[in-house]
Design a protein around this ligand. Structure first.
Ligand code: MN
Length: 135
């Protein structure tokens, strides 16, 4: 067992994520990465920002703690997520997550095993769920 105390301090500044994110996203690790590559981070996506496409070796749990965002699994349209929602992404599923074009979204991400980063999410793939018209 290993207890990690709250880590927010002024001498440990929040990091802006750049290499595998589009736009401005900010991340605070909540726990040091384990030897197996597991991580827990709180990530805040500003409007328009999102991850690149990626997979998680052992899957990922997202706990949306504030705001409104989009999450998308490859082959399906994006879906709205908001504070209180939980997203389970199984191992190996290609996906992305982020704010919407106009809103911030913050989630705690619990990633099991290493994350495999892929290409950027193009603007045409970054959009709200299509409207449902039922006649
Ligand atoms: Mn993910």
């Amino acid at each position: 067992m290993h207890i990690v105390r709250g880590r927010a301090t002024e001498d440990r500044p929040t990091k802006k994520r750049t290499k595998t994110f589009t736009g401005d996203a900010w991340a605070d690790p909540l726990m040091p990465q384990t030897a197996d590559g597991d991580t827990i981070s709180s990530v805040t996506f500003t409007p328009g920002s999102r991850t690149y496409w990626h997979t998680h070796t052992g899957g990922q749990i997202l706990i949306v703690t504030a705001g409104l965002g989009w999450v998308c699994a490859e082959g399906s349209p994006p879906e709205v997520i908001r504070a209180g929602d939980i997203v389970w992404t199984p191992p190996g599923e290609r996906h992305w997550h982020g704010g919407t074009r106009t809103t911030i979204m913050t989630h705690v991400g619990i990633s099991i095993g290493p994350t495999n980063w892929l290409e950027a999410v193009e603007d045409e793939d970054y959009h709200a769920p299509p409207a449902i018209h039922d006649g």
